[in-house]
Design a protein around this ligand. Structure first.
Ligand code: DOR
Ligand code: ZN
Ligand code: ZN
Length: 444
């Protein structure tokens, strides 16, 4: 038997420690992980020179844009950025133009993406105004429903408790997770009114319009509405100590609830936003050092389920408007997430198994993705090869994303993704995209 590919000289983490082995790949999947002498012959061999190989990242929070927002990012540039960053699967958020909020819009988005994606791509939908359409959206392969509590998508009224409860119950019955951007709308509106009265334009003024209490209130409200539905609830981008406390309380109560944190909320605090008020501007905002410490503490204690980029690209013009109030919120993160986290591993703040759990295994489990997110025989060969020793400087001008800026630009880090394989095919090699668009699959 001659198989498709063998990765030789790979350093692999197994439950019994690190071993040097080979990986046999056939039909896009991992056939076997074993000493090379025990692997079948392959038509191609890729020598990994003793580098570490891990499951590719499953980034469950990405704004891929395209369609009428293609000027910010499109399927080609966004998924190239993913491959460059060692991300092999992304879940796309629905706040697009047109918004993903029906079976028709989802089908059209998937159709447009199909031949343009370099990594596997899944799609969230927003809740439709007419809840009777939910089953058809799920049938069209939505991976989950996303609710922006502070920013409605389409006509779905997120202030209506009754409607939300019905939506959550239906999602639970359809066995599909609900992801929440948890900021309480009324709290934000009131805070904004107060702050804008003062005509302030400093970064602290912006922060005051998105107080941590808005996160806490939103989580508490949603948890109450979700309580008796039996569904799975996922909290996106936890940013504050009090938000985290509310999440942990709900978990203790027995709710099927998971959370995600982002590298920017872990690594940036008000000292960075003072220096780069516009490039760090994001919702929920970058907060205090105490908040980052609470988030790190939760990471270390294994209370955090996933780390996602919340890649939210905008044009540099949109990020550098004169008034702070006109700056579009969001940070491009696909090409910085893994290098930043590898740097934390090298600093001893994170272990490799914890990294893999939060960036691949658990996100794949939350999204119910079959045979993805794990480095095991039978799973898809979605892999990232890592040079743990390579020191480099983050250079946003070389991003594959259309958003060629980053609050992390110039950071010196150690540890770099050097190759990415998607469905058994080499897509990124030393920073270059070497595969055809369409190598990624639409997944659900
Ligand atoms: O900062 C943000 N950017 N927060 C959001 O909720 C939306 C996102 C975007 O789409 O740009
Ligand atoms: Zn959000
Ligand atoms: Zn987002």
């Amino acid at each position: 038997m001659v198989i498709d590919l063998v990765l030789s000289n790979a350093k692999i983490y197994t439950s019994s420690g690190i071993v040097t082995a080979g990986v046999a790949i056939e039909n896009g999947r991992i056939l076997r992980i074993a000493k090379e002498a025990n692997l079948p012959q392959a038509s191609h061999t890729l020598d990994l020179h003793g580098h570490l190989v891990l499951p590719g990242l499953v980034d469950m929070h990405v704004h891929l844009r395209d369609q009428q927002l293609a000027y910010k990012e499109d399927f080609v540039t966004g998924t190239s950025a993913a491959a460059a960053g060692g991300v092999t699967l992304i879940a796309d958020m629905p706040n697009n133009i047109p918004p993903t909020t029906s079976a028709t819009s989802l089908r059209e988005r998937a159709r447009l993406a199909e031949n343009h994606i370099f990594v596997n791509t899944a799609f969230y939908s927003a809740f439709p105004e007419d809840l009777a359409q939910l089953p058809s959206i799920v049938k069209e392969k939505a991976i989950g429903f996303k609710v922006f509590l502070s920013n409605e998508i389409g006509g779905f009224d997120t202030e209506d408790n009754n409607l939300l409860t019905r939506a959550f119950t239906q999602a639970a019955n359809l066995n599909i997770p609900v992801a929440i951007h948890a900021e309480d709308k009324k709290t934000l509106e009131n805070a904004e009114q107060e702050v804008k009265k003062t005509c302030r334009t400093d970064v602290k003024a912006h922060l005051e319009t998105h107080p941590a209490i808005a996160e806490m209130k939103a989580i508490q409200r949603i948890v109450q509405l979700f309580e008796n539905t039996g569904g799975s609830l996922h909290l996106c981008h936890l940013s504050s100590a009090i938000g985290l406390t509310s999440f942990l309380a709900a978990k203790k109560q027995g709710l099927r609830i998971t959370c995600e944190v982002t590298p920017h909320h872990l690594l940036l605090s008000n000292k960075h936003s003072k220096r780069l008020p516009r490039l760090t501007l994001v919702h929920p905002p970058i907060r205090t050092l105490e908040d980052t410490k609470a988030l790190w503490n939760a990471v270390t204690n294994r209370q955090v389920d996933s780390i996602a980029s919340d890649h939210a690209p905008h044009t540099i013009e949109e990020k550098t408007t004169e008034s702070i109030w006109d700056v579009k919120p969001g940070i491009p993160g696909l090409e910085t997430t893994l290098p930043l986290l590898l740097n934390e591993v090298n600093k001893g703040h994170l272990t490799v198994p914890d990294l893999v759990r939060m960036t691949s295994e658990v996100p794949a489990r939350i999204l119910k993705l079959k045979d993805r997110g794990s480095f095991k025989a039978g799973c898809y060969a979605d892999l990232v090869v890592i040079d743990m020793k390579q020191k480099h400087e983050i250079d946003a001008s070389r991003f594959h994303s259309k958003a060629k800026y980053s609050p992390f630009n110039g950071w010196k880090v150690k540890g770099k993704p050097i190759r990415t394989l998607v469905n058994g095919r080499l897509v990124m090699d030393e920073g270059e995209i070497v595969a055809k668009a369409g190598t990624g699959s639409i997944v659900s």
